[in-house]
Design a protein around this ligand. Sequence first.
Ligand code: NAD
Length: 334
Amino acid sequence: MNYKNIVVTGGAGFIGSNFVRYLKETYKDIQITILDNLTYASSMKTIEDLLDDRVSFYKLDIANELALSNYIDEGVDLIVHFAAESFNDKSLHDTSVFVKSNIVGTHNLLELARKYDIRFHHISTDEVYGDFPLESKDKFTEKTQYNPSSPYAATKASADLLVKAWVRSFGVRATISNCSNNYGPYQNPEKFIPRQITNLLTGQQAVLYGAGLNIRDWIHVKDHCRAIDTIIDKGVIGETYLIGVNNERTNIEVLQKILLQLGKSQEDFKYIADRPGHDLRYGIDASKLYTELGFTPLYVDFDKGLQEVICWYQDHEDWWQEMIAQKQMINKSL
Ligand code: NAD
């Protein structure tokens, strides 16, 4: 790591907090500042054990330009930008907060990166590319045309385009990564894998959208974090890198693995109505990351990775019960 004073936006969320944890364990001589608005999707509990003289935290909204400018100046040499509204389902009925956080927030950060010539890495998603039919064997590459389906994916795609333009027009030293679906510790129980695990651990039935045949390409969050580090270290400015580990699974296959590992019957779930615009299949060709930057994943055994994550949720009930309660409270007050 060539950078010593690093701002991590969204560092109290799922992937951002795993990244801070990874950085702290891997590099002893860096200072990390987490900037996060602590939305319903995050919790101080996720990061409280990380905070010390090397890691500090400030609660702020990246869409608030003035507030942001108090924390980013010439002393910062790298911004790793995770902060985003990230839940597809929510983006179908609450679009404006996605525009503010994901687009306006990214714009504000890019302007500061431009002003102070700060290296910038933007975290994005494979969802910007849309989807493939279920039977297709095609894969997204860095050259695939953007074709987002949901408001979430559209705002992420917009943010990516801002980054590309800021590189070209203003010489901002930025890279972008578009990653497939992550699983791992500290993922909000509203997301697919933890929702199934926490439902089953609390005696509720697991649920599947539609026929459960949608295909996702699952990567362990720790491999995502290592890939980001590789791109920051070796990536070429202005380039985009797809991140994935070639692990495509139907939703029903993933659920049945979880049922098996928790000792439940393979039929112990119910189907619910599909959500509108639900992407069918994602597939990632991450060969550029592997061949040009020499990345290799550690989590190649999905069953083992899943088992580890199930154990983590079994051992951290306090954490996810608080996340569920926090979301219920917000929903009630709306
Ligand atoms: P998350 O919802 O767990 O975390 C997002 C964090 O951003 C939260 O801590 C939240 O409080 C913070 N945040 C949101 N709006 C903010 C604002 N206006 N100001 C400051 N902080 C704000 O999401 P995640 O799954 O950790 O995703 C992190 C990033 O990775 C996102 O950019 C997402 O698009 C991308 N991504 C996620 C996945 C995945 O599978 N989860 C896959 C590919 C890419």
